[in-house]
Design a protein around this ligand. Sequence first.
Ligand code: UD1
Ligand code: UDP
Length: 373
Amino acid sequence: MERLKLLMIFGTRPEAIKMCPLALELKRHGAFETRVLLTGQHRELADSVMSAFGVSADYDLALMRPGQTLTSLTTGILDGVGNVLENEFRPDYALVHGDTTTAFASALSCFYHQVKTAHVEAGLRTRDIWAPFPEEANRAMISRIASLHFAPTKGNERNLRDDHITEGVYVTGNTGLDAFRYTIKEDYVFADPALRELDFKKYRTIVLTAHRRENIGAGIEGICRAVKRAAEMRPDIQFVYPMHPNPAVRSTVLPILGGIDRVRLIEPLDVFDMHNLMARSYLCLTDSGGLQEEAPALGLPVIVLRGETERPEAVEAGTVVLAGTDEEKILAETLSLLDDEARYRRMRRAVNPYGDGHASERIAGVFETIMNR
Ligand code: UD1
Ligand code: UDP
């Protein structure tokens, strides 16, 4: 029997972290011919993940440019993916992930070439097309084009149903949690010397990340001012901030947080270091989507630096709280979680609304069923 041809397309760090466990699972499966196309929307961030998981790209569009625009990225991806589909490999299904420009433009290119798309991490919604921007519109547009929808949760399935998408929908869990099976280790030794120097016993460690497009400028400024004040007020805490390489992020962060005691501004961490840092930390402040899924599974309370979230499950479970980007609100929530032990303990309960770490097997199972039909 001929093997089912699958083309996985991704380009940014979070897509790579969530697609590599799936790539390993699909490649292990003798019934599929699986190839990987990197758009190169991210360079060193995505490369670091690929080498951590030992996954290599069959095609690499190498598109990243400093300060790239959504338009230049989109047109580059439409052309580049189209070229691969026309001249190199025409799959039975292309797999895209989530809501990035890579995911949307790749799905559109597949649609133009009449190649079916499978959407991994489908059905997340805020219902506000401006937040997160442009991700909310991207994922909704992918849903219109895709033939298969792998929804992490039942809530995501409901969102798709509300959009009248009911065929080809499977609730699988999030492949992001599959990654823990590779990364988290009890006796882990950090690769980054900056992390090896940290004293986790003397200081309560707070992991901080912020990079969202709609937070660039005023939002990130509010976040940094709150962090500076918290660090100055509490001598028993340390912040660790692996900064996104986007120059528009760093130009706001460095003038406010550079040189502040117990605020460690460091380069992006490889995913093994990042997951194990989270596992050893007290609290997480973030505007990232992926961290909102990972932290609850590790029992790490999260203050979300956004006004809304497409991941309400952990808010409902009580391990994640929304603070937005207002300086006073972030400071108040941070101090509350440092001082109010009962509240902290309630939030620290590990819950895992996003899956059991076996989403990749479920997705492989769906393709197997399709093949055997
Ligand atoms: C992108 C995604 C966002 C995702 C985020 C994860 C879109 C529109 N945005 O946002 O959904 O949450 O990735 O991190 O798809 N850069 C580097 N090296 C890298 C990566 C980025 O130098 O490895 C710099 C470049 O100057 C680049 C800039 O960061 O131009 C912005 O990258 P881009 O992918 O356009 O946006 P992100 O904010 O990373
Ligand atoms: N991450 C990482 N190193 C870092 C910061 C984040 O490996 O220095 C991981 C994090 O654990 C999560 C993912 O990157 O798996 C989140 O990516 P990002 O915040 O860039 O994007 P988002 O999730 O917001 O789309």
